[in-house]
Design a protein. Structure first.
Length: 428
């Protein structure tokens, strides 16, 4: 009996595979209530927004030959900015998609200058375009959330509705037999259609409700510069503290030892050779400790292993990992020194995360450098669940990569595997 039970039980590997499969399919079979609510609101919001956009454009064209034309368009664009704020809040609240706030509208002195600033502001025009495109997407979302379930209910009960509406006996036909499976098939398509429309709404909001690409780029560069300055300032403070408390103290101790050795040689006729030998041995040890400390400090500034490039540095880095790491390198060109340093420290941070948080049994590190781009990928077979901002240092790593125009991406479903990739330019 025991053998039968043991033979029927799942092993650790099979149990993990089943758990991983369920975790991968669970999001495909379920629909979040927030997505349904956003789809239901899509019809009224889409109609109101579409009417506003059409009225703003039509009214602006209609009044363009009168003195009311420009004031009407200015007021419509100012209202569009406020409507865009409402839609950003809805997308963030119901679809979990954070859309950055556009730059505030400039306020130059003078009424005509302010009107010109509103008319040349791309944010208001982009919101009007969003409202026009939101109308068909919103109608589609409402039909998917309400129309498809009602349609599936009608198709499933088609044999019953027909018999209730038509008097007399009715023979069972192919339409009666196929009504139930077709109805359930329609109902099964609802989650996929809702997810597709939710992705379309997220993409539309990211593209048209956020800041203009040039403004977003300026904001990213400002954030990256602030992060880089803060990181360098902290590194300089740590270096100054280590030099003051460590290396300087070691050099002072070495100077005192040499001074004592000089005192031992004060009497050239009868020097204390035993004490002198002890002091020389102590000075040698203090010198070795000082050299070791200086090497440790310089390694934090620029790893010595990078003198030979990433091809020599990364295999040495993976050799120190407690988790077995397979290295795959395709370095057709050598990046700039600052990019090499960023890739090296990024790989070190990711391998540390694998060892500390993933419970992985193996990992793989792959780096390619070609066509002006460098791509680093670290994959592990751990438990997954990693995300940027989840306490594993990935948020800080993403900020450091942004300082060199790099991007960090994380794909880590529950149960694994985890794939973290970083893409950077070879030259700044």
């Amino acid at each position: 009996m025991r053998g039968a039970v043991d033979g029927g039980a799942l092993g650790d590997g099979e149990a993990k595979a089943v758990t991983r499969t369920v975790a991968q399919w669970r999001p495909r079979l379920a629909v979040r209530g927030d997505e349904v609510a956003f789809a239901v609101l899509g019809l009224p919001l889409g109609v109101l927004g579409g009417v506003y956009a059409v009225a703003a454009l039509y009214g602006g064209a209609l009044f363009s030959l009168t003195v009311l034309g420009l004031p009407f368009v200015v007021a419509a664009l100012l209202g569009a900015r406020r409507i865009g704020r409402l839609h950003r809040w809805l997308v963030e609240s119901l679809l979990d998609e954070t859309v950055p706030e556009p730059a505030p509208l400039p306020r130059p002195p003078g009424m005509f200058a302010r009107g010109r600033a509103v008319l040349t502001d791309p944010v208001g025009w982009r919101v009007l375009l969003y409202l026009l495109l939101r109308l068909p997407v919103g109608v589609g979302g409402f039909l998917a959330a309400v129309g498809l379930p009602l349609g599936s209910l009608w198709v499933t009960g088609f044999p019953l509705w027909v018999r209730l509406l038509e008097p007399g006996a009715r023979p069972v036909g192919w339409s009666d037999i196929g009504a139930v499976p077709v109805g359930f098939l329609l109902l099964a398509t609802v989650p996929a259609v809702l997810r597709l429309l939710s992705r379309a709404n997220r993409s539309l909001a990211r593209t048209l409700l956020g800041p203009v690409r040039s403004q977003q780029r300026v904001r990213e560069l400002e954030t990256a510069r602030a992060t880089l300055l803060a990181e360098n300032s902290g590194r300089l403070r740590r270096l100054e503290r280590d030099l003051h408390d460590g290396t300087q103290a070691q050099l002072v101790a070495l100077a005192i030892t040499l001074s004592l050795a000089d005192d031992a040689l004060a009497d050239p006729e009868e020097p204390d050779l035993g004490r002198l030998r002890t002091l020389v041995d102590r000075a040698r040890g203090q010198t070795d400790d000082t050299i070791t400390g200086l090497r440790r400090l310089t390694r934090g500034i620029h790893p010595v292993a990078l003198d030979g490039g990433l091809a020599e540095a990364l295999p040495g880095l993976t050799a120190t990992s407690p988790v077995p790491v397979t290295v795959r390198l395709d370095l057709r060109e050598r990046p700039e020194e600052v990019i090499e340093r960023a890739v090296y420290f990024c790989a070190a941070e990711l391998l540390t995360n694998v060892a500390k948080h993933s419970d992985a049994r193996s990992a793989e590190l792959a780096v390619t450098a070609a066509d002006g781009r460098v791509r680093l990928t670290v994959r592990d077979d751990g438990r997954g669940g990693a995300s940027i901002g989840a306490g594993t240092g990935l948020a800080g790593l993403a900020e450091r990569l942004a300082a060199v125009d790099g991007v960090l991406r994380v794909d880590s479903p529950p149960g694994g595997p985890t794939v973290v990739s970083a893409e950077l330019p070879s030259r700044l």
